[in-house]
Ligand binder design. Structure first.
Ligand SMILES: [Zn+2]
Length: 368
């Protein structure tokens, strides 16, 4: 490990970013799905900073209830406080906690990195919501009269409480709106839903922009799939369209590379070439104002099938691109990113394909 560390340090030389740490993660038997996602999250700087803030402000309770959030915070704090600039860390406690909390990730089978990311973010949200609920309840019982406009007030009055927006939401959550236009009366019904990541269908020789366009394309509901229009009080033909109402600060895009093939009765990996830009303009938003994003991490699936293979991640840190492969961390040239787009031919020797993309909004005010 010392050799890897010094190699990277030598490569960066005087450009080694002040205060930054580049640590590989030990693999506990097919835990690359976890390692690759953890690296992407660690280099999601606003997320890391808020997690470390959480860690330092909750130090006292930490011993009492260990959960995935405290284990993750512990791990990030362990990395950021290393004396050495590079090396290897064993995220053992965190991985053990994952295994304990979710039997699907237990054992040494190949796992899906996107499923893991989804599980992790939802779990973090749930823990934060529980904690906030606990605080609200405690403040209610300790001072029932309370402050008239205190946080618990809406509950006392039996008014529906606004959903809690945690710092995990503030980073990753966006809002989609599903607009349905009744073709008989032209009434548009909009239904909002939140998301922490977007899963996109992919096509051969395409791009993220075209995948997003397809995602927001108009779909006609007819025949057996009509829409119940409240105004017409009956099933009607309609046009449906999904748009991004509120773009998230961190936009996570999952490419649906593992597709269930009915004729094969199993999943197949799509090695399609899907170009992902370093700078992305999101145009399928409600306000039609372009939201601009910058790529900072890519989780790459290596291998030709869905049930085996390997995960690595590409991470941008202080304008350098790094390649994380479990214990190993190397520098990588920005121009090499395009080798992870996919293959234009079905059987290619290149099996390293971008699978989860992490973009950060370049607009300064998008965090709130
Ligand atoms: Zn109608």
């Amino acid at each position: 490990m010392g050799v890897t560390g010094s190699k990277l340090e030598k490569a960066l030389g005087d450009h080694f970013p002040e205060g930054e740490r580049y640590f590989g993660f030990e693999n506990f038997g097919n835990t690359c799905y976890c390692n690759s996602v953890l690296q992407a999250l660690y280099f999601c700087v606003p997320f890391r900073e808020q997690l470390l803030d959480y860690y330092s402000s909750n130090k006292n309770q930490r011993e009492a209830d260990e959960n995935l959030l405290t284990c993750l915070a512990d791990l990030f704090s362990q990395i950021s406080s290393q004396k050495k600039k590079t090396g290897v860390i064993a995220p053992k406690r965190f991985v053990q906690k994952v295994w304990k909390e979710n039997e699907l990730f237990r054992g040494y089978m190949h796992q899906d990195a996107h499923e893991f990311l989804n599980f992790l973010l939802n779990e973090l949200v749930e823990i934060l919501e529980k904690e906030s609920h606990k605080v609200t309840n405690e403040s209610q019982t300790s001072s029932l009269e309370g402050i008239p406009n205190g946080p618990g007030n809406s509950q006392i009055n039996g008014v529906k409480k606004e959903p809690l927006v945690t710092w995990v939401h503030k980073n990753f959550q966006g809002i989609l709106t599903n607009e349905t236009r009744c073709l008989r009366c032209e009434t548009v019904t909009a239904r909002d839903e939140t998301f922490l990541d977007l899963s996109l269908d992919i096509e051969q020789n395409s791009s993220i922009t075209s995948c997003l366009k397809n995602f927001s394309s108009t779909e006609t509901l007819n025949a057996n799939d009509k829409f119940f229009c409240d105004k017409c009080c009956s099933l009607q033909e309609a046009q449906k369209r999904m748009k991004i109402k509120k773009p998230p600060h961190i936009l996570v895009i999952h490419l649906k590379r593992f597709k269930y093939m009915e004729q094969l009765n199993r999943h197949k990996k799509l090695s399609y070439r899907v170009v992902f830009p370093l700078e992305l303009k999101l145009s399928n938003t409600v306000e039609n104002a372009d939201s601009e994003y910058s790529l900072f991490a890519v989780v790459v699936h290596v291998g030709s099938g869905p049930n085996h293979g390997h995960y690595v991640s590409l991470v941008k840190s202080h304008n350098h691109w790094l390649f994380f492969d479990d214990e190993n961390v190397d520098m990588i040239d920005e121009s090499a990113i395009q080798t992870f787009f996919g293959s234009a031919q079905e059987y290619s020797s290149n099996t390293d394909h971008g699978y989860i993309l992490f973009y950060e909004s370049t607009a300064a005010d998008s965090k709130s």
